[in-house]
Ligand binder design. Structure first.
Ligand code: NAP
Length: 285
């Protein structure tokens, strides 16, 4: 039987509508609408498109956007200055620094300039540490999106073997931490992993976050496994060979329409959470 699809687009629409209700409640109660600042250095076309998509979704959810565009030759100091100002601006509740940043910039220094309570993309070391230790923190939006999808489709992670392919700080590593917090037994795979296909064949849950089109082949997938394809490659191609995986998995995320829209939805939700906390408003709904 072909896999059921985890419909990230549908779930994201539901989250955006709920977010719009919450944003309206906050504005009615405090006179202030939630505001997300997006900072982009350079003019990488993919980054510009992502940021535009995020701003459109913000509008739909009643979140104001403040866009800061900096030239491609921006220095680390200039970028850090801008982020520090946004961090202390009471009119801004969440800050997103679009990555990748230009090569001359120290990305870590830029991320660390984000005030933790405005780190709605979960990129600071403090957010990562809090998440890893099980304290309240904003998760990275894509790892958070993956967990929301699993939850929405009633995937019980407890006791399951989860193989996470990729260990980047923004995606693979935190996703493995969140699965571990959900009591999964997690195996991280990366470019030095030996017998990767064999490891995947034993996994009940596979998260592909490698950045290589159709990297995970159908015959690597244990029949009935849950497969989350976080990859996004040119031509709308994921990191999993989709048609092959359809015949093996029980649940599968499509690309596009799986993790991608959910990532933006989680960003909006976390921006609204941040605004509620900063304005000291407790939801009446
Ligand atoms: P990244 O920083 O380039 O990390 C890629 C990871 O894959 C690394 O850990 C790397 O291992 C591993 N890897 C590379 N080649 C491998 C191989 N042959 N075998 C096993 N592992 C290998 O990428 P990323 O930012 O995590 O993104 C990964 C994918 O997710 C990309 O397709 C990206 O577009 C997508 N993405 C999607 C969203 C979304 O919203 N849907 C958000 C972010 C990223 P090493 O650590 O050993 O180098």
């Amino acid at each position: 039987m072909p896999a059921n699809l985890m419909n990230g687009s549908q779930l994201a629409r539901e989250i955006v509508s709920r977010s719009a209700v919450r944003a309206a409640e906050l504005e009615a109660a405090t006179g202030v609408a939630p505001c997300l600042a997006t900072v982009i250095a350079g003019d990488d076309p993919a980054s510009v498109t992502y940021v535009r998509m995020k701003e459109n979704r913000c509008r739909q959810a009643g979140i104001r956007s403040r866009h800061v565009g900096l030239p491609a030759d921006t220095t680390t100091a200039a970028l850090v200055n801008v982020i520090t100002e946004l961090s202390t601006d009471p009119g801004v509740h969440g800050i997103l620094v679009q990555h990748p940043v230009p090569a001359q910039i120290d990305e870590r220094a830029a991320f660390e300039a984000i005030a933790p309570h405005k780190d709605v993309d979960g990129v600071t070391m403090l957010s990562f540490a809090a998440m890893a230790f099980g304290y309240p923190a904003f998760a990275g939006c894509t790892p958070g999106a993956i967990m929301r999808l699993l939850d929405a489709y009633h995937v019980d992670t407890s006791g399951k073997h989860a193989a996470v392919l990729g260990r980047s700080p923004i995606l693979g590593k935190p996703t493995g931490m969140l699965l571990l917090a959900g009591d999964a037994t997690v195996t991280y795979c990366h470019s030095r992993t030996r017998d990767l296909a064999e490891i995947v064949r034993t996994a009940d849950i596979v998260v592909a976050a490698v950045g290589k089109p159709e990297f995970v082949r159908g015959d690597w997938i244990k029949p009935g496994a849950v497969v989350v394809d976080a990859g996004y490659n040119p031509g709308d191609i994921g990191d999993v060979a989709y048609s092959e995986a359809l015949d093996r998995a029980s649940l599968l995320t499509p690309v596009p329409g799986g993790v991608g829209p959910m990532t933006i939805a989680v960003l909006l939700e976390q921006t609204i959470d941040a605004a509620f906390a900063q304005l000291g408003h407790v939801s009446g709904t």
